[in-house]
Design a binder for this molecule. Sequence first.
Ligand SMILES: Nc1ncnc2c1ncn2[C@@H]1O[C@H](COP(=O)(O)OP(=O)(O)OP(=O)(O)O)[C@@H](O)[C@H]1O
Ligand SMILES: [Mg+2]
Length: 502
Amino acid sequence: MTDPFVSTQSLTKHFGPVRALTDISFDVHPGEILALVGENGAGKSTLMRLLEGVFPPTRGTIRVEGREVSFSQPRDAHRAGIRVIHQEPEIVPDLTVAENVFAGDLPRKARFFLDWARLNHDTAALLKKFGIARELHPRQMCSGLGPAQRQMIEIMRAVQAGGRLVAFDEPTSSLTDEETRRLFAIIRDLRAEGVAIIYISHRLAEITALADRVVVLRDGALVDDLPAQGVTEERITRLMVGRALSDMFPDRRPGTGPVVLKVEGLTTDHVRDISLELRAGEVLGIGGLIGAGRSELAKGIFGFHRRSAGSVAIDGTALPPGDTAAAIAAGIGFAPEDRKEEALLLLQTILENAVLCVPDKVSNAGFYDRRKARDLISRISDKMRLKASSLDAPVTSLSGGNQQKVVLTRWLACDLKVLILDEPTRGIDVGARSEIYDLIRKLTDHEGLGVIVISSEMPELLGLSDRILVMADGRLRAEFARADASEEAIMQAAIPHGTAAA
Ligand SMILES: Nc1ncnc2c1ncn2[C@@H]1O[C@H](COP(=O)(O)OP(=O)(O)OP(=O)(O)O)[C@@H](O)[C@H]1O
Ligand SMILES: [Mg+2]
């Protein structure tokens, strides 16, 4: 075996009282893909931030090719050949593709003049190498690029700057299946070139498909370091969660209640002529490809997007268009896909975020009662296994998956009739995922809610839903009863017309 490119010795990071990482010792070798797995809040992103020099460790050392290093900023780590591809790529929209690829490292002629010809030429070569020369052009501006293309630019930047360890922190959560396949091909090419890879994902199927070795973190400690060959998803789950998860999807009782939500002819700038009914006690799944209009449908129902035609009614009472406050008052909850932009008040604490919709449940004679608030919220957040030092911590101090749990906690605290969940388990670890599925079942079976689940993950859509609607091009294309739904049938319906024939 080659010598490790990077190794850590007893690497430890505390944030005040929070022990994010304790005594982490591991190696990454050139030409190997190391998967890093663990529950939400286990410390994966923190470990990446230490390697990238975002902050220093509390204790312990990092060695690069055997030499101890001490990074005071990411630039130092970059010089040492360490690169992290972040989930939200840092791309400057007003610069061209080439300028972003070479950011901080633009080729110069003489001393002061940028060598534009070389810049564009070298970028074109990279685009070709990555097989995306038809899709992106060196001189194209980066504003308007999608998440997959932005991510590609970050990867090209890492490669052109001589990255010898490239770490990916949940890179596939906003990619289509096709984009994911392409990313995997690129990661395997990098491995073949001797780059060391660290790969973080909650999708365990990706881990078993891609990795050479798996390192498991639990509560900030390294609990196992094992070859990926022959390892099963069940085994990884058990190591991560510390227990076996029997059945991911709870048994269901089909929803037979009255119609709680009735949508007729709903049309907005993004969706056309949508009619659907949701019954009390029912889980209605919505499938389709990215861009099919699923999130836009949810926003149309909730009133985020103003409708130009059609109606939305709860228990027979019509809602005014474009009025989210009226939707909430009528009993609709909506947990959007992009929790940072749309759902969380980032300057506030976990508790403040969680009680947002239930002011009357947490007050006494008109005054905010913290004790009541804490009791209500901690009951729910314990069930969700929210990992936080305290409910008074700022929501920004939470790991990505735990922020999502705060959004769900907020809605679970309300007395709802209808709950709309857009990609509810994105970035959520397997253990918490099954808790969320259980909660959805309890809400429908015991509390009579109607729940709409938008999901790009087929097993989730098929496992949770009593009925599935499929969208394409902003319209409803198909409806399947649970018994008739299959992955193939849903995919078939999801392909936009026109492409299907081609
Ligand atoms: N800046 C910070 N201040 C305080 N606590 C923090 C900070 N950053 C991380 N933490 C805490 O450190 C722990 C590890 O968080 P980290 O983001 O590394 O988890 P993760 O494994 O990446 O989880 P996820 O899968 O949800 O992304 C969590 O308990 C988190 O709340
Ligand atoms: Mg993380």
